[in-house]
Design a protein around this ligand. Structure first.
Ligand SMILES: *Cc1c(COP(=O)(O)O)cnc(C)c1O
Length: 397
């Protein structure tokens, strides 16, 4: 029972999540999650952009079970078929030439930061600084907390990793002003997810790309949230038509099985030589089987294309709701199926609460923006239902 689970959690689990939403899911099916009391919810958050295939996708489960029966883990001492094949998939679907796997988004970003540093180290250059953006989110490890431009996450862990600093997003002059002869890389989310879905402008990204190229600075895209079809393109670099030297990927890559990836162009990737970086679990046979199945199903079911079409449809429907409630809905923004609905601050909490009570799962970012990142299998019925529920919730507050 939920009450007992909460009691165990409160007694034994470290209190990093505080009071969670009062529900515990027992099963999932497509867009639906079923709580242990039998109540059904519609998952418009997709495990925070992880469950791209929805829940319990039959072909995905089949692939996982087949792999479980064969092999889970061997270690990086040996060649791993699925690992090699998943690396190939990532390369064939992106601007990267080479890949290495790890277990999470933060770890992938750490890997990207290490790669940027070692790239200059091997050239005998003294560049080591990394510039990131205010209100960004890059993870919870010490290096990625230093990269995450949010004081609330950084304050308790000072002194932070030196040589990492933040500038204002979407402002090329602020970035130029922060660059020194020690700058190694700029790392950004093309669309800031955790802060409430804030896309960078295309012109900013283009200027940033040329500035980095002209000044020999590496450009890193954190595609942990925006990757794997989320924007209606496999990676957001393709959505914007601006390509980084290094990018990272995690969340949806394993469809719920933990895996992350550091992806880079050949010239940069070559800086990693035997012994320079490593991992125990990263890219093991099971996790990479999951990644291969995700790619396979995205392709077979045309889910990236679906994300693009449904994203446009979703945006239209939400803008129509906004027109009906202009004082309550401040802005609707995003790309593909990563969408933020910014609400008037005084009603945001109540609206998201009401949606939860009505069985719709979303997240409230920064206290004012409803973030939706649904499974890429979503259809028009789901979206119409969401728009109607949102209107109901807005009317009720
Ligand atoms: C979620 C997220 C991370 C952190 O990923 P973890 O797997 O939780 O370590 C990093 N960057 C972005 C953009 C994210 O959305």
């Amino acid at each position: 029972m939920l009450k007992d689970i909460i009691e165990l959690d409160k007694k034994y689990y470290m209190n990093i999540f505080g009071d969670r939403l009062p529900v515990c899911f027992a099963r999932g099916n497509g867009m639906k999650l079923i709580a242990d009391d039998g109540r059904e919810y519609y998952d418009f958050l997709g495990g925070i952009a992880v469950n791209a295939l929805g829940h319990s996708h039959p072909a995905f489960i089949r692939a996982l079970k087949t792999q479980l029966d064969k092999l889970i883990h061997t270690s990086s001492l040996y060649y791993i078929e699925n690992q090699a094949k998943l690396a190939q998939k990532l390369v064939e679907n992106s601007c990267a030439d080479r890949v290495m796997f790890c277990n999470s988004g933060a770890e992938a970003n750490e890997g990207a930061m290490k790669l940027a540093k070692i790239y200059f180290y091997k050239k005998g250059s003294e560049r080591y600084e990394i510039i990131t953006l205010n209100s960004s989110f890059h993870g919870r490890t010490l290096a990625t907390v230093a990269a995450t431009g949010q004081p609330k996450y950084q304050a308790p862990y000072k002194p932070l990793l030196p040589g990492v600093k933040q500038v204002v997003p979407n402002d090329i002059n602020a970035l130029k002003a922060a660059v020194t002869d020690k700058t190694a890389a700029v790392m950004i989310e093309t669309i800031q997810g955790e802060s409430g879905v804030h896309p960078m402008s295309e012109s900013y990204l283009r200027e940033l790309r040329s500035f980095c190229t002209e000044n020999g600075i590496l450009l890193i895209f954190d595609e942990v949230q925006t990757g794997m079809g989320r924007t209606g393109h496999m990676f957001s670099s393709q959505y914007f038509g601006v390509y980084p030297d290094i990018f990272t990927c995690a969340k949806a890559l394993g469809g719920g099985i933990p895996i992350g990836a550091v992806c880079a162009v050949d010239e940069v990737a070559a800086a990693f030589e035997p012994g320079d970086h490593g991992t125990t679990f990263g890219g093991n046979p099971f996790a990479t089987a999951a990644g291969l199945a995700v790619f396979d199903i995205l392709e077979k079911e045309g889910l990236v294309e679906n994300a693009r079409k449904m994203g446009e449809f979703f945006m239209e429907k939400l803008r129509a709701v906004q027109e009906k409630f202009p004082d309550k809905v401040k802005e609707v923004r995003g790309a593909g199926l990563l969408i933020g609905i910014e609400l008037a601050p005084e009603i945001a909490k109540a609206v998201s609460q009401k949606m939860f009570e009505d069985g719709l799962l979303v997240s409230l970012c920064g206290g004012i923006t409803i973030r939706i990142a649904p499974p890429l299998i979503i259809n028009k019925n789901d979206i119409n239902m969401f728009a109607a529920e949102l209107a109901t919730a807005l009317k009720s507050v």
